[in-house]
Design a protein around this ligand. Structure first.
Ligand code: PGA
Length: 226
């Protein structure tokens, strides 16, 4: 089961941001990067300073490019101090992923995890084949995902590896919000929400979410029927 909010254009960011209204001021939020959440971050910047704790979802291996992106998009504009920001490690140092999970547990886990949806059904960098019990780990990106993310790497090849919260890690959040925009995501969104739960479509594991809200524009929601 999921709750669907259809919101187009200027309504998309406010619809996603309104999910925060029922949360405590210091709620722990999991945040994705990407094109899709930009209206959410614009709306949060408009609403101003907050006391949230922010947790990263994924990162490239070798260079903390998503961390820099998130700091600019939301961490700095909202004035979130270092001790309330949990970055994803960008290095495969022994124990780094376990340390991230330990710190997330110490924080009590995510109250609300926002997620984008990859064209291939990934959430975070959990590419097809990722299992339900996967944890934070180093993964190899598919060529399609690397191509889709080339914009983050204008002057360099996209790294082949990344670090991501696992499906099992993501599912421990108390609530999830899947953000989806554009007709190109309509078929994969329908597969994720209405198809079988399968590691071939990692987002389908969100059918196990304790509370899933989908915020989609009408183009992305077109395959969901009534
Ligand atoms: P996008 O990326 O929001 O830039 O489309 C989504 C994703 O790959 O998770």
């Amino acid at each position: 089961m999921y709750e669907l909010h259809i919101a187009d254009a200027d309504a998309f960011g406010p619809a996603a941001a309104d999910l925060l209204l029922g949360l405590l001021p210091d709620a722990c939020l999991g945040l994705p990067t990407g094109h899709t959440p930009l209206p959410l971050y614009a709306e949060l910047r408009r609403r101003g300073a907050a006391a949230w704790r922010l947790v990263m979802l994924d990162e490239y291996l070798g260079e903390a490019r998503f961390q820099a992106w998130l700091r600019e998009a939301i961490v700095a504009p909202l004035g979130i101090p270092e001790e309330r920001f949990l970055p994803m490690p960008a290095a495969a140092a022994p124990g780094a992923c376990e340390d991230f999970e330990r710190r997330l547990r110490t924080w009590g886990g995510c109250d609300l995890q926002f997620l984008g949806l990859g064209a291939n059904g990934h959430i975070g960098f959990n590419e097809p084949g990722s299992e339900r019990d996967s944890r934070t780990r180093v993964v190899t990106l598919t060529p399609a995902t690397a191509r889709a993310n080339a914009g983050y790497w204008p002057n360099a090849p996209v790294p082949e590896q990344a670090v991501t919260q696992g499906i099992g890690t993501i599912l421990e959040a108390r609530r999830h919000c899947l953000l989806v925009r554009g007709a190109a995501k309509a078929a994969i969104l329908a597969a994720a929400l209405r198809g079988p739960v399968t590691s071939a479509v990692p987002a389908s594991f969100l059918q196990f979410s304790p509370a899933l809200t989908v915020v989609a524009d009408s183009a992305a929601a077109a395959g969901l029927g009534r």
